[in-house]
Structure formats: C-alpha cells, structure tokens
Design a protein around this ligand. Sequence first.
Ligand code: MG
Length: 454
Amino acid sequence: MSDDRLMVSVSGVRGTVGGTLTADVARDFGSAFAAMLGAGKTVTIGTDTRPSGPMIRQAVTDGLLAGGVNVVDLGVATTPGCALMTVQLRTDGGVIITASHNPSEYNGIKFLQPTGPGLLASQAAKLKAIWQAGDFAPAQTPGVPCHDESTDERHLAAVRAVVDVDAIAARKFKVVVDSINGAGCRVTPKLMALLGVELVHLNATPDGDFAHKPEPIAENLTGLCDAVREHGADAGFAQDPDADRLVVVDEAGTFIGEEYTLALAVDYVLSRTPGPVGTNLATSRMVDDLVARAGVKVFRSPTGEANVVETMLANGCVIGGEGNGGVIDPRVVLVRNSLIGMALLLEAMATTGDTVSQRVSRIPAYVMLKTKMPCPAGVVAEIADRTRELFAQTPGATFDTEDGLRVDLPGAWVSVRESNTEPILRVMAEAATRDEAQALLDAVSTIARGVVGD
Ligand code: MG
C-alpha cells in the first residue's frame, strides 16, 4: 500500500511484515509490555495462522522474557480463546499475534487486559510512550516460558456452560463454516461435534493461506453462500482469521449482512434474560429497536472493543458487541467471539423452531452503507466540523463527538471517523431506505474528499 505506516493504537500494533512490522519492532513492544507490567509477572501469548505468526510471537516473547516476564505460549489460538486463557490462568495480561481481517501481508500485536479485552486507551498510551522512549531494560532475572495446550478444551467448556447443548443436538442441524484457513480451523469442528451439528468445513487448513480476502463481507463470501445451497444446510457461518468476528448466511444461501450477527444474538438473549445491552456508536439502529421491544436500554461507547466492554461492565450488560459481526457474551469471555455467536444462533433456532431467515425477519430492517478513503493524519477534526455545519440547521439533529462525529437524525444517522487500525477514514450512514442512506453517505463523503484533497 502507498501509505505504509506502523499503526500503534488502542487496538494494538499493526503493520506490514518485513516493512513496518519487523522482529525488532515486535521485540521492543514485548520489552515495553514487560516494563509496563513489571518483572515477575506472567502473560499468555497466542497467534492466528499467518505464516509470519511464529516469527512475531518469538520476537515478542524474547522481549517479554528479557524484561523478566513469564510467558505461557498457547500456540495457534483464536483471539477469544487467548482472552479466555488470560482470564482462566489468572495471568497479568495477554498478547495475541494477529492482524485480524487484514490481508496476509499484515500482522499485528494486540495486548490484552487480565480480564480479557484489549488495553484501555490510557493503558495503550502508556505502552506506546514506553515503546517510543525505549524505556525498558533487561531484568536481572529473565522470565520463564512454558506451553499450555488447553485453550480449545477450556473454551468449549465455557460455551457448553451457557448454551443448551441437548436442544441443539436434538435438531441435527447441518451447517457450513468458512474458517478462512485461520485460527478458527481447529476449534470450530470441536464445537460443532459438541453441539451435535453436521459440519461442512470450508477453508479448514490452519496455514494462514487466505482463500479469499479475509474481511467477512458479502463480496468475499460467494463460495460460502454457494456451499450452503449445494449442501442444503440450515445455516452458513464465516469467521475472520482470528475468529472473533462472525457473519451469517441463511438457509437459502443469502448473506444477511454483518450487522445482523449482533442483532440476532441480542434478540435471542433478551428473549431469555432481559437486561441492558452494550455496543458502539457505529452499530446499527436494529439494536435500538430490539432493546425498545424488550423494555431495556442500550448503552453506546466509542468504537474500539475495550470501550464497548467498559460500557458493558459499567452498566451490567447481559449481551453486547459490535456491528462488525462481533458478539460479546460476558458469561464466556469479554471479547468478540465467533464461537458463542454460532452457538447462540443455533440455540435460538433449536428452541424456537425458526430458520435463520425467520430469525432475521423478526428484526426491523435498515439500510446501512459504508465507504472508506485514504486519510492523512489529523484531518478528521476538520471533516467533522464541516459535517456538523452541514447538519446544524436540520430539525432533530443531535451530535456525538466521542469518536469522530456521529449525527443522529429522526430515523437515520451518519458518522465519520478515523480507523483505529488502518490509515483510512470511515464514513457510515443508516436509514430506513437506500436512497436516504445514500444521500447521507454522499453528503459526508463529498465533504471528506474536499478536505482530503482527492
Ligand atoms: Mg478479528
């Protein structure tokens, strides 16, 4: 890519392997995390299946050990699996080596709190400052490494504890899952065996050779949709390379959109255990309609998974997540988790007798449109100002500036913000009709292009 910056943000570190993300950078971040935690502490570390994973993991581990921090190596693990191990082993933090849905030339380092989610903004800023200052020295006593291979077993036990395995198994479902040759390849068949589900597993080799672009969006998932039809499956699922995000295909092989993953989980969980819901400012209005129906409240945070989790904890949320296909069930682990997303939908189908499309039809439909464009650093404030001016006189308009700018209008919203993980600007709009959403998207995109100078 033309603008190859090492992104250091609340979401962790991300860059191109051998370009901006080298073994030296990875080791220094390991050393910086060790300095932040202190010698004598312990962290878990796992990687997705990218070929660069072992190299980055080794470099981060070297930095941690030199800084006196013990390292529990989980090998290949999903992001939710790594987070769950950090909690269950009561370590002082975690590290997952993944660039999530970014292409294979990228990799990244995500640092986890002892409770599972990524670092808070204040913690991420502290880590970045230590790294920038090179403010770390070898400890007198190096840390000790060890291995732990119980991630899948513990993760499945946590899922089993919260879903009705017998009810799901009784329906003898058939599902197709596309694991994109990523970290979900190993644990997903075990989950489906536990749930008594017949699995057709696509892209099931955990070698990081992504068979299609890894972002779980419609244009990348035509093979999954075809396979659902071909096998007469009850549902199709796609994971991203670190298996935190999940998208769903219905029994007719129709991709239903990533925003529905969370909405389906919210709808079902609220039907069983009504309670507050937590999500971010970029997630669909579907959630607002579902919480209104259930007589509960939604609490919204700035984008960034750690922010959503903070909001969920502060408000005692029973379910939460992000509209990018991220279901967070606090009973399992406080990160987005494709495994619980699949299990909850299958339980909803099993206990109600509904098909996927019948579950979808319960949810009020909106049209959400998104676009992105390259974004030089520091321009988002001006774009936000000009967008605010545009809507200043619109009746009923309210403005939220916690994360770029979100403009809420009667029955619609539009937002503009800078990505945490890539040097791009994201513009999103949602409304009851495509024309209305498109008009909002176009208006803000025009402002953004004017400022960026394209
Ligand atoms: Mg991911």
